[in-house]
Design a protein around this ligand. Structure first.
Ligand SMILES: C[S@@+](CC[C@H](N)C(=O)[O-])C[C@H]1O[C@@H](n2cnc3c(N)ncnc32)[C@H](O)[C@@H]1O
Length: 407
């Protein structure tokens, strides 16, 4: 950045007043009126030479305009466009009209994270461009960015809630994870809300029957994960079977683990090809009372993982079913004596014909079927009209529940 400013006159009509690089939301009328009486005594505005973007002096420009004056004195500056807002903050924060601290904090976080494809900046560089101390930058990052990272880190959030439930104060828990007490308070609040949703669902649902329908998926797992399932199905299964331990060998976005935590921190193991576990080639460890298994529905949805045993990329239906059978036999080996294996599957349509997956799973004849639930699909599913068949769209899938008893 060029610190040797030059004073010149610029045409007001040539100036670029870009809202997105101005760290205030509105003009202050009182300041404009004050400036109109003393245009000659005002300091020059600061403008980026190449783009003529006004980095400091919006009120002065407006005062000149209202007085009908066509030119204004400027100091030229130059910096990269993605740093305009930071530079503008540094200049604006130095005079009489204060800039909102929230705006400042957001600029710091954006620069640290590298917004809009720019490289993330170091704390020292941010402090320099914004004209604030490195200590302040570090404090903002710890408070804001630290909170964002923490809230997105499920294992850490669960650990923090455990500590809070065991009697540790929110402040101390915050200290343990380097976040504020407010951040802990907000994750605890979300946890209580989710528990309320579970209680309300169980209160209003009535007995579990062989047809289930969930009007929404709830806040568990990730609604954007392709082929995610409703957390309420897990609520029902856990409530019904009361397992002490749960395995989900293809957990996807982690819906099962999230519900297991909210329903009493039930011991849970979640695996997936996405995190390096291949159910076809690897062996899960341990024994579980409930195994919830939600494999890809053959190639209805493509999970973009380069691996020969990616079940969404099997070369044929028969190859898919062979692998499914092998996986099912393996999972039955990890059920506790009274345990249940719940398989969520579907019969998608491809090229105009139904692929009979659920009946194939039953006819593997590996274990005794305890129940077969029909789960209605809400809204539009990706495989709803899979194979371009508008006639008799598929609006259900199956939950096949097997005992730990071999046939
Ligand atoms: C239908 S999704 C599970 C969605 C999950 N129930 C949820 O709510 O987010 C199927 C998952 O199977 C995983 N998968 C595919 N092949 C696998 C394999 N061989 N071993 C383990 N996971 C596999 C995919 O990565 C995908 O996450």
């Amino acid at each position: 950045m060029d610190e040797d400013f030059m004073f010149e006159k610029a045409n007001i009509g040539d100036l670029n007043l870009d809202n997105s690089v101005w760290p205030r939301s509105t003009l202050n009328e009182e300041a404009i009126e004050r400036y109109r009486d003393c245009l000659e005594e005002l300091p020059p505005i600061v403008v980026d030479r190449e783009t003529m973007t006004v980095l400091d002096g919006w009120h002065r420009v407006e005062a000149h305009r209202r007085e009908g004056v066509e030119t204004i004195s400027v100091k030229y500056d130059s910096c990269a466009p993605h740093l305009f807002l930071a530079r503008s903050y540094a200049l604006n924060a130095r005079h009489g009209l204060p800039v909102d601290n929230e705006e400042r904090d957001q600029i710091v976080v954006d620069l640290r994270q590298g917004k809009d494809g720019y490289d993330p900046m170091g704390q020292e560089e941010i402090a320099k461009i914004m004209g604030i101390s490195q200590g302040r930058v570090s404090q903002v990052i710890t408070n804001l960015l630290g909170a964002n990272i923490f809230v997105g880190d499920k294992p850490k959030v669960k650990e923090a809630i455990r500590l809070y439930l065991s009697g540790m104060s929110q402040e101390k828990v915050g200290g343990r994870f380097s976040v504020t007490q407010q951040t802990i308070s907000s994750v605890v609040r979300d946890y209580s809300k989710r528990k309320d949703l579970i209680s309300e669902h169980l209160r209003s649902r009535g007995h579990l029957k062989s047809v289930v329908r969930y009007s929404n998926r709830g806040p568990w797992g990730d609604a954007k994960f392709p082929g995610n399932t409703s957390g309420y199905l897990l609520v029902d299964l856990i409530d019904y079977y009361q397992p002490k331990s749960i395995l989900d060998p293809m957990e996807g976005s982690g819906t099962t683990g999230d519900v297991a935590f909210d329903m009493g921190d039930i011991r849970y193991k979640g695996l997936d090809l996405l995190s390096g576990f291949d159910l076809v080639g690897d062996k899960p460890e341990g024994e579980y009372d409930l195994i919830f298994w939600h494999p890809p529905y053959h190639d209805a949805i493509d999970y973009d993982i380069t691996h020969p045993n990616n079940l969404s990329r099997c070369p044929s239906l028969s190859d898919y079913l062979d692998k499914l059978k092998l996986c099912m036999a393996k999972l039955l080996d990890h059920l506790s004596r009274e345990g249940h294996l719940c398989i969520l599957c579907s019969d998608p349509r491809k090229d105009g014909s139904i692929q009979p997956i659920h009946s194939a799973v039953i006819s593997f004849n590996l274990a005794i079927l305890d129940a077969a639930l029909v789960k209605l699909i809400e809204g539009r599913s990706r495989y709803f009209d899979y194979g371009n068949a508008p006639f008799i769209p598929i609006v259900h899938e199956y939950v096949l529940i097997f005992f730990n008893k071999r046939v």
